[in-house]
Design a protein around this ligand. Structure first.
Ligand code: 4NP
Length: 160
């Protein structure tokens, strides 16, 4: 049986990509596809390696039933490019940073999360780190919308 491995990527791996990871895991588990769709997240930067997600991200996620507390920051590693089928990035800076370290043959694995959104027509998930709590709510709104679209696309791929 085929499977798909997805890595969500942002800058620090403490706000947006762990949020996307948790939302996607929830949708994949509900769809009973946890053995076919493998999920992880990572950052392009190295500042928060080993750190738990930002408290504000954890708090906003918890209110919606997502537990981020066991996640820990990690940086994208060279071995990831062969291991994952898709790198789902939050913004254009993440895409550029990842492309810069990605071997050319794997670059078409990099996609923007918001390409998969169906309700929200914004192009990117903006970094909430330097803003207020409302930024973290928006990140979750965008992740919920786009992860549902991503799941639909992956289901189609799994049954193709
Ligand atoms: P993230 O947010 O990329 O969504 O995890 C950030 C977290 C930390 C920093 C920037 C963005 N930082 O500059 O430390």
């Amino acid at each position: 049986m085929n499977s798909i491995a997805v890595c969500f990527v942002c800058l620090g791996n403490i706000c947006r990509s762990p949020s996307a990871e948790a939302v996607m895991r929830d949708r994949v588990e509900r769809a009973k596809l946890a053995d076919r769709i493998l999920i992880d997240s990572a950052g392009t930067g190295d500042w928060h390696i080993g750190a738990p997600p930002d408290e504000r991200a954890q708090k906003a996620a918890k209110k919606r039933g997502y537990d981020l507390s066991t996640l820990r920051g990690r940086q994208v590693a060279a071995a990831d490019f062969a291991r994952f089928d898709l790198f789902i990035v939050m913004d254009d800076a993440n895409a550029a940073a990842l492309t810069a370290v990605c071997p050319p043959e794997y670059r078409d694995k990099i996609r923007l999360l918001m390409e998969f959104a169906t309700r929200d027509d914004e192009r990117v998930v903006v970094d909430p780190y330097f803003g207020g709590e409302e930024g973290f709510e928006k990140v979750l709104d965008q992740c919920e919308d786009a992860c549902e679209g991503l799941l639909k696309a992956l289901r189609a791929q799994l049954s193709a």
